[in-house]
Design a protein around this ligand. Sequence first.
Ligand code: ATR
Length: 283
Amino acid sequence: MSHPDKPLLAGVMGCPIKHSLSPILHNYWFKEECLQGSYVPLLVEPDKLKSALRSLVKLGFSGCNLTIPLKELAIEIVDDCCEHSKKIGAINCVSVQPNGFLYGSNYDWSGFVNGIKYAFPDFQLKDKLVTVLGAGGSSRAVCYGLLSEGVSEILLINRTTSKAESLKQDLGEAIKVVKWEDRHSYLSDTSLFVNTTNQGMAGETSLDISLDMLPVEALVYDIIYNPLESELLRVARNRGNMTLNGINMLIHQAIPAWEQWFNITPTSSEKLINIMEESVNSE
Ligand code: ATR
């Protein structure tokens, strides 16, 4: 816990950073917990990351989050990091230790899993077949989370097959790589379909996928939250699938960050989700 006489400080480093929803989330919790504190967006270019992270100590920050494109770079800079982040190859959270050391963690994987558990408490991942689109940094965390929940198999589909192959190499045998051109025809046994690509994000084209073969009982999870309902989620909802956007993942990766920085466990709520969704809509 930080010194009681000084305000609690944390932030998020990224480039760009101004569209990040994290300040709204964390500053809501400061208010909710009646704490004097602040969470700030910090525009940090990759070549300045090392000095920016070291400055956290001098400025009295408890830590920070990291977003695109800094997560892989940051793991090379911190003094130590958790086993999960070593497997994933990236961190999304840094906490300043009492001796000034920087400790890195990855909570994207658990945020992804706990986002499902919060929104659909009866949905079981164990022994299920899951299809994941994309093989970038987010996909690595998502696949790690799914494997830790005991899914039977992940069909991993990426435009660049070699990146999916290298993810499989790192995370294991339960991953089967499927070619991008075959993506429409592999969905018939899928219980959970996850989009981790940038396709469908505001400013990008929609994800080019046909859901015709997907069982109507499947959950469709797009980790994008801007827009709140991507074209993928709109199509999925209209055919009767359960759908989930990335807001829950964002909230649930932030809870353990607070535990680490402030020794406090904040909670999610419909009110918080609504506030975050309204903020996306008002952009
Ligand atoms: P993040 O950290 O958010 O995962 P990333 O590591 O840059 O971001 O990964 C972006 C993902 O979106 C990758 O899987 C990428 O596919 P490639 O590996 O082939 O680049 C995917 N992606 C980006 N543009 C795409 C497009 N036009 N069609 C399909 N996939 C795309």
